[in-house]
Design a protein around this ligand. Structure first.
Ligand SMILES: *[C@@H]1O[C@H](CO)[C@@H](O)[C@H](O)[C@H]1NC(C)=O
Length: 314
């Protein structure tokens, strides 16, 4: 062994090697500058009207508070026959690996809502999809899901996680799974989503994507956020077992490429609005679209409050 590699080995043993370096810090007054506002029809067929930045600003659907907290919300005042105005934004930057640390203080919740914080590549599903926070209506805990082209499955024996497998084939048209179900993991803790999450002032979702070790997602509720995250020196090796562990043994990093980070809030649509879901599963009133269009005051909880999204690379 040459001296330089000895030195590298010693450094690794001392734990000072392979630190994660901050490359993008989305927060406060400059948060929205790094994102593009999506204004097309909702690909998931929601009862929603996505607005551009100028409209979102003039209608107070986006704001940055004096405390630096970034707000994104839906219209809470008008009857909206063409769908409820809301916001969907994608990062201008694209990623092919990294550590994505998202600190959320409040998330949208309630009958009709379908919020998500997620990553997606081009030519879906070719570039893949990683859903970090997602749920519908009055869902009780978070769901973390991958969606891919054919051939990516989850080798559950190679996975070590505290969450529960819902489905294990990430292919969007997998036989024996619902259309576009993907491979999903349920967080067992109610503080990971919705009203329990909001009552606890949210927490931190950390998503680590590395070509060798797969995709892992941790959730730390407010009050239990590791000090190395708060101090900006994240060390995933000290965080313990993740909520979701998607290994690259019978999948690979090639199913995910040039991904943007997305925040959105839609209503109804393919998942939240399906009658078997909206009425039967969650006991929500009327039909989803009728409820969303006609009851603006039902949506006072339909907003994101975000402390920051920080991206680190090795
Ligand atoms: C991000 O893209 C949007 C439009 O696509 C643009 O208006 C904005 O200036 C871009 N942000 C940066 C920092 O380049």
């Amino acid at each position: 062994m040459r001296f330089t590699s000895l030195l590298a080995a010693a450094t690794a043993l001392l734990g000072t090697a392979s630190a994660w370096t901050l490359t993008d810090n989305y927060q406060g007054n400059t948060f929205f500058d790094g994102f593009t506002f999506f204004t097309g029809p909702d690909p998931t067929h929601g009862t929603v009207q996505y607005v551009d930045r100028a409209t979102a600003e003039s209608q107070d659907l986006i704001a940055v508070g004096g405390d630096g907290v970034v707000i994104m919300k839906a219209d809470m005042t008008n009857v909206t026959p063409n769908g409820r105005p809301s916001v969907r934004i994608s990062s201008n930057k694209t990623y092919n690996s990294g550590l994505f640390i998202l600190d959320v203080k409040h998330m949208p919740f309630g009958c009709g809502t379908w919020p998500a914080a997620w990553m997606v590549g081009p030519n879906w599903p070719a570039g893949g999809e990683i859903d970090v926070i997602e749920g519908v209506n009055t869902q009780g805990a978070n769901q973390m899901t991958l969606h891919t082209s054919e051939g990516c499955t989850m080798d559950t024996g190679a996975s070590s996680q505290t969450g529960n497998w819902i489905t294990t084939n990430c292919y969007v048209n997998a036989p024996g799974q619902s259309s576009n179900q993907g491979c999903g993991v349920g967080d067992p803790s109610s503080n990971s989503y919705g009203d329990d999450f909001n009552a606890n002032e949210g927490g931190v979702f950390a998503t680590k994507w590395e070509p060798d070790s797969g995709i892992q997602i941790w959730f730390f509720p407010r009050g239990s956020i590791p000090g190395d995250i708060s101090s900006g020196n994240p060390d995933p090796s000290s965080w313990g077992t993740p909520k979701a562990d998607f290994p690259f043994t019978s999948c690979s990093s090639s199913y995910f490429s040039d991904m943007v980070y997305v925040f959105d809030l839609t209503f109804c649509g393919d998942w939240a609005g399906a009658s078997g879901v909206y009425n039967s599963q969650y006991g929500c009133p009327s039909t989803c679209s009728d409820y969303v269009i006609n009851n603006p005051t039902a949506f006072t909880e339909a907003y994101w409050a975000i402390n920051y999204l920080k991206v680190y690379q090795q």
